[in-house]
Design a protein around this ligand. Structure first.
Ligand code: AMP
Ligand code: TRP
Length: 350
């Protein structure tokens, strides 16, 4: 099977062929998100919201990557809960199971099998250059799991098994997508055309939402409570966290990168309202931080409240959620199975 024929095995969601009116094939996108805690407003603004907005442009596959989560220790009960919670939040945010394939990585055993084959064609030297391993492994690298080390190869398997053309990710994951490209190219050279070489899609606006109490750090669920807004925070908690967010001793409310605290809050406001910087600066001319922070809190609450309502309804129906997950996996399974079979044959394992 050539890369082009296998890439044409499109995921066509029910009632919606993955072809646009012109007859041209839609590009396929694949992305993943780890169930390693409740997702934050940073995950929503930097990733989820774009996936939702672009559903009609691409042929979409989105994955809750629980196998990636266990590259660092996880409490089993929490992992089970976080996986369901993240899945529900993706759907509640507007990822539509009818227009996108949304599934849980470990429900598809083909990913791990393909990852093993790819592990065997990936030089260690490439993995040694991965900056995320260096930062996540901590001070004692000898104690980091082998899974954390080969994490990028599993990620390559996720992407390549569906012949994804593009991978929307944050800046920090660009290096991993480039590795996936190199792995695809190496495999193709050794065994003949098999994989599409994917390209990263990295966004600039809202790509890095910073911590509320230390705007030099990325907003992350692994930092202190007051540093991030979780997607399920109650309105009162959201207002409180924003009210105490770090600003500075100046007065004006303007987009100035040299004032990282207020700049970050303005960037959040801009992403959520979709308004221009000029319009926002005009709105708050002559006003104080207190008024701006109240308006920002309103915007965050308005964004998250409807998502939280849908989230609660999804979580209140565990069987329904289970069914959605199973349907998502069923949609992608034929492609994953076909790719794995081709790979096993090419390598001489079948
Ligand atoms: P993770 O939570 O590390 O699995 O990341 C999932 C997605 O959310 C990736 O595409 C990240 O780049 C994105 N993301 C995570 N934190 C932020 C943040 N503070 N600002 C913008 N995007 C983020
Ligand atoms: N490593 C990604 C992250 O930390 C998550 C991920 C796993 C992923 N597999 C993927 C992202 C495949 C894009 C494509 O954010």
């Amino acid at each position: 099977m050539s890369a082009s024929t296998s890439a044409s095995a499109r995921i066509a969601p029910a009632g919606k062929p993955a072809e646009v009116a012109s007859g041209a094939k839609r590009e396929r996108v694949f992305s993943g998100i780890k169930p390693s805690g409740t997702p934050t407003l940073g995950n929503y603004i930097g990733a989820i919201r774009h996936w939702v907005a672009e559903q009609d442009i691409y042929d979409n596959i989105y994955c809750v990557v629980d196998l990636h989560a266990i590259t660092v220790p996880q409490d089993p009960e929490e992992l089970r809960f976080n996986t369901r919670q993240l899945y529900a939040l993706l759907v509640a945010s507007g990822l539509d199971p009818a227009r996108s394939a949304i599934f849980v990585q470990s429900h598809m055993h083909e990913h791990a099998e393909l990852a093993w084959v790819l592990d065997c064609v990936t030089p260690m030297g490439w993995l040694n250059r991965m900056t995320q391993f260096k930062s996540k492994a901590g001070s004692d690298r000898e104690l980091a799991s082998a899974g954390l080390y080969t994490y990028p190869v599993l990620m390559a398997a996720d992407i390549l098994i569906y012949h994804a053309d593009a991978v929307p990710v944050g800046e920090d994951q660009k290096q991993h997508v480039e590795l996936a490209r190199d792995v695809a190219n190496t495999f193709n050279n050794r065994f003949g055309e098999t994989f599409v070489e994917p390209r990263p899609i990295v966004r600039t606006v809202g790509a890095r939402i910073m911590s509320l109490d230390d705007p030099s750090k990325k907003m992350s669920k692994s930092e202190s409570e007051n540093s991030y807004i979780s997607m399920i925070d109650e309105p009162a908690a959201i207002r409180k966290k924003i009210a105490r967010a770090t600003t500075d001793s100046e007065r004006t409310i303007v987009f100035d990168e040299k004032r990282p605290g207020i700049f970050n809050l303005l960037a959040i406001y801009q992403s959520l309202t979709g308004r221009s910087q000029d319009a926002i600066e005009a709105e708050f001319e002559g006003k104080g931080y207190k008024e701006f922070k109240a308006a920002l809190a309103d915007a965050v609450v308005e964004t998250l409240e409807p998502i939280q309502q849908r989230y609660k309804a999804l979580m209140a129906d565990p069987d329904g959620l289970e069914r959605l997950m199973a349907e998502g996996a069923a949609k992608v399974q034929p492609t994953a199975q076909a790719t794995l079979q081709t790979v096993l044959e090419k390598v001489g394992l079948r």
